[in-house]
Design a protein around this ligand. Structure first.
Ligand code: MTE
Ligand code: HPA
Ligand code: MOS
Length: 767
């Protein structure tokens, strides 16, 4: 199989021909949907008057919560999110009313005519405020092994710290969007930019008070999602559907960028406290960590996100006695949600901080402390939640990357440079990742597919996954191409639809290819079985020799008999033959990941099918007067098993690293004490640009690392490489600490903006 097939839409992406929902040609009488939102973060809606708005010419519907035929509820997991506010207002940007009008101006004019009576209440914005008020979303959850308290008491050294990491805006290029089209019999077809069509379908059905069989959600591609459309695409789709049902016209809602940024949830900010015990060599003996997440106003995915933070609290390190506690706190912000890494980055941040502090305390290189604590192969290879780590590649990756990056030599060059340079300092850091693959909610690990072969030898593939730029459709076509031996361009992976593939899970947890790939292969296996069974009989009759089913091969658009070159038909001839003999050329596939279980009460089990490993080395140069820095070089060695598509995988690794870089360095969201977001547009919220990438950027895939029991022995790739950005964060911190010759550990959290770096340096100077 060629591993370098280009993304099936790449030429359409760059020529602007790829159709996104906003590009759809709508019927002439289609309406624009508009959401009227709260401008205060906390309060009570005491009364309102919609009459004038309704009487505005060009307005076709103005809806409040009383107009919802079904349940006024859109919480994906916990039922704690009203579709439209009834009484309590919980954040700025929360939906109060919906308007359908001939265009946006008319809708806005109508919105300005709505009068409301609102009683304002004091908002809670920060984790600290929520903790002070005891606003827990749920009781804390504890995962532990051994006896952490006594292990800490017996440790030769203990370091204690409180650290924070910030929110992150997803910054998908396509904002939240949906088109809802009313059909006969009160049915609804919805084009939604969602990572989770089945959940979108379910919530629309509940809101409209109709069956799920009456709602079709279709999604061809998203203009990026990054977790931001795992649950939070639902609301726009529900609102559009309510307006479409009320007006019996097609309704589109697409959020304006600034509104999207204000209304939707982000990566959870964390406030984390830890205590780490260690020996004088730097071996970790005990670790106690307490994660506190700012969940925003509702539950959303917070519980699963904290679960992933817990299962990534030790990253790549074996820690004998460990106590991990996590709590989600309720605030008056939009509900924070899935974002690439799903709590993993926040969990890993703390243990990597602990390692850095141990290294600084002992006057050793942090990479050496990391190596000393890595999970091993024969012993010390079980996670705090009881999962055995198999096929551990940490040692292999370490051996390779320390060599290819010339880590040790460059580290001493960095130190030498810093000795003679006062205002420019350099830093270098090597960081690892171990990331668990599977939804950490076991039942979600399932997928379906449908593969149809047509008698001209072409193939259409349906599966439950969502294409959001990551290349899932390309990989699915590659799987079919390799299995059936049909050329890539004779295969179409078509828009994902809840009518074709029901009861799907979100495309998330990096497992889109793992799950849907296996479901697709399950379908092609059935087709190959039917074809080869038929051909074995056929050729036995024709050639008067016994031909076995196992001898039938699918290659180069032909179907062959092994070692019998004269017994050969083209794929098209073959499928015609089957058709003439009335054999089904269509098959449904299904897959569920084997051997996954997790006991919530004991927090023990086997939540992950396998682990992904990787390491990064980054070197930075920092201007200590301005806090400005450049990345001189980044080397990444990352494990993708036997990659299905090396170009796509390298693209994912580069993209995840850069997205992580944004979270670690420039992306900072500021809220004032009224819960108002102060930077809700690209001119004040700084995502990485082309000039922020490393000057030398070398990404390699670990070779010879087949992953057993997965599609084509590959590994998931989407989220784990986000963690490689810590190599930059800790390289910056190293450069900052060089100002005081590493005598004092700098106070610098995530994001390390220029401003925060300068403040950290000023603080160091005063020590
Ligand atoms: N890549 C692109 N281009 N766009 C995206 O929105 N989302 C990421 C990752 N890579 C994303 C992306 C996230 S959060 C996940 S979970 C995975 O893709 C989901 O897709 P997969 O499971 O097919 O890898
Ligand atoms: N990742 C993404 N979404 C999820 C997960 C996960 O691990 N678990 C439940 N929903
Ligand atoms: Mo990814 S955060 O699991 O959508």
């Amino acid at each position: 199989m060629t591993k370098k097939v280009v993304h099936e839409s790449s030429s359409m992406h760059v020529t602007g021909k790829a159709q996104y929902i906003d590009d759809m040609l709508l019927p002439e009488n289609a309406l624009t949907g508009y959401v009227v939102t709260s401008q205060i973060a906390h309060g009570r809606l005491m009364g309102f008057n919609l009459d004038e708005a309704k009487n505005t010419p060009g307005v076709h519907a103005v809806l409040c919560y009383r107009d919802i035929p079904g349940t006024n509820q859109m919480g994906a997991i916990a039922h704690d999110e009203t579709t439209l506010v009834e009484h309590t207002i919980q954040f700025i940007g929360q939906a109060l009313f919906l308007i359908a009008a001939v265009d946006e101006e008319t809708a806005k004019l109508a919105a300005s005519k709505i009068t409301t009576e609102i009683e304002e209440l004091e908002p809670v914005v920060t984790i600290e405020q929520a903790m002070e008020k005891g606003l827990q979303l749920n009781p804390p959850v504890v995962m532990q092994r051994g006896d952490c308290e006594s292990a800490l008491a017996q440790s030769q050294q203990v370091i204690e710290a409180t650290i924070t990491s910030g929110a992150q805006e997803h910054w998908y290029l396509e904002t939240q969007v949906a088109v809802a089209q009313p059909l006969e019999l009160n049915d609804m077809k919805v084009y939604s930019s969602t990572q989770h069509p089945t959940e979108t379908q379910a919530l629309i059905a509940e809101a409209l008070y109709i069956g799920r069989h009456q709602v079709e959600v279709e999604t061809r591609r998203l203009g990026g999602a990054f977790g931001g459309k795992e649950t939070q695409a639902n609301m726009v789709a529900i609102w559009a559907s309510l307006l479409a049902q009320a007006t019996q016209r097609t309704v589109k809602i697409r959020l304006f960028r600034d509104d999207d940024q204000q209304m939707t949830g982000k990566r959870h900010p964390f406030l984390t406290k830890f205590k780490v015990g260690f020996t004088k060599e730097g071996k970790i003996t005990a670790y106690r960590v307490s994660f506190n997440a700012n969940a925003g106003y509702s539950t959303d995915l917070s519980m699963a996100i904290l679960a992933r933070a817990r299962t990534h609290a030790e990253n790549a390190y074996f820690i004998p006695d460990i106590y991990i506690e996590s709590t989600a706190w309720r605030t008056n912000l939009p509900s924070n949600t899935a974002f690439r890494g799903f709590g993993g980055p926040q969990g890993i941040h703390a243990i990597e901080e602990a390692i850095e502090r141990i290294a600084q305390f002992l006057g050793k290189d942090a990479a050496e402390i990391r190596y000393l604590n890595f999970y091993q192969k024969e012993i010390n290879n079980t996670t705090p939640y009881g999962e055995l780590i198999e096929n551990n590649h940490l040692e292999t990756i370490w051996n390779k990357i320390t060599k290819t990056s010339d880590y040790t030599k460059r580290k001493s060059q960095v130190d030498a440079f810093n000795q003679t340079s006062q205002f420019v300092k350099r830093g270098i850091s090597l960081t690892p990742v171990k990331f668990g693959i599977s939804f950490n909610t076991p039942f979600l690990n399932q997928a379906g597919a449908l593969v149809n072969i047509y008698t001209d030898g072409s193939v259409v593939v349906h599966h439950g996954g969502i294409e959001m730029g990551q290349g899932l459709y390309t990989k699915m076509a590659q799987v079919v191409s390799e299995e059936l031996g049909v050329p890539f361009d004779k295969i179409r992976v078509v828009a994902t639809s809840t009518q074709n593939i029901p009861n799907t899970s979100a495309t998330a947890a990096s497992s889109g290819t793992d799950l849907n790939g296996m479901a697709v292969k399950n379908a092609t296996d059935q087709l190959k079985d039917r074809i080869s069974k038929f051909l074995a009989t056929y050729w036995t009759n024709e050639s008067k020799h016994t031909i076995n089913q196992e001898d039938i091969l699918f290659e180069n658009n032909d179907v062959l008999v092994a070692n019998q070159p004269e017994l050969q038909l083209s794929f098209t001839e073959t499928v015609n033959l089957l058709y003439q003999n009335r054999i089904n050329l269509s098959a449904r596939g299904f897959y569920s990941t084997p051997n996954l279980y997790f006991d919530k009460a004991t927090q023990q089990g086997r939540p992950f099918h396998y682990f992904v490993f990787g390491m990064a080395v980054s070197e930075v140069e920092l201007d200590v007067l301005t806090g400005k820095h450049r990345i001189l070089q980044t080397d990444i060695l990352h494990d993708t098993g036997l990659s299905i598509n090396e170009n796509l995988d390298i693209g994912q690794i580069e993209g995840a690293f850069i997205q992580g870089l944004g979270w670690c360095t420039t992306e900072e969201i500021k809220w004032d004490n009224k819960g108002r977001m102060l930077n809700h547009s690209p001119d004040t919220y700084k995502i990485p640009g082309i000039r922020d990438i490393p000057e030398i950027f070398r990404v390699s895939l670990l070779d010879n690392a087949p992953n057993p029991n997965t599609i084509k022995q590959s590994k998931a790739v989407g989220e784990p490489p986000f963690i490689h950005a810590f190599s930059v964060f800790f390289a910056i911190k190293y450069a900052v600490a060089a100002v005081k010759n590493h005598k004092v550990y700098p106070e610098l959290n995530i994001p390390a903006t220029h401003e925060k770096i300068v403040m950290a340096i000023e603080k160091l100077k005063q020590e």
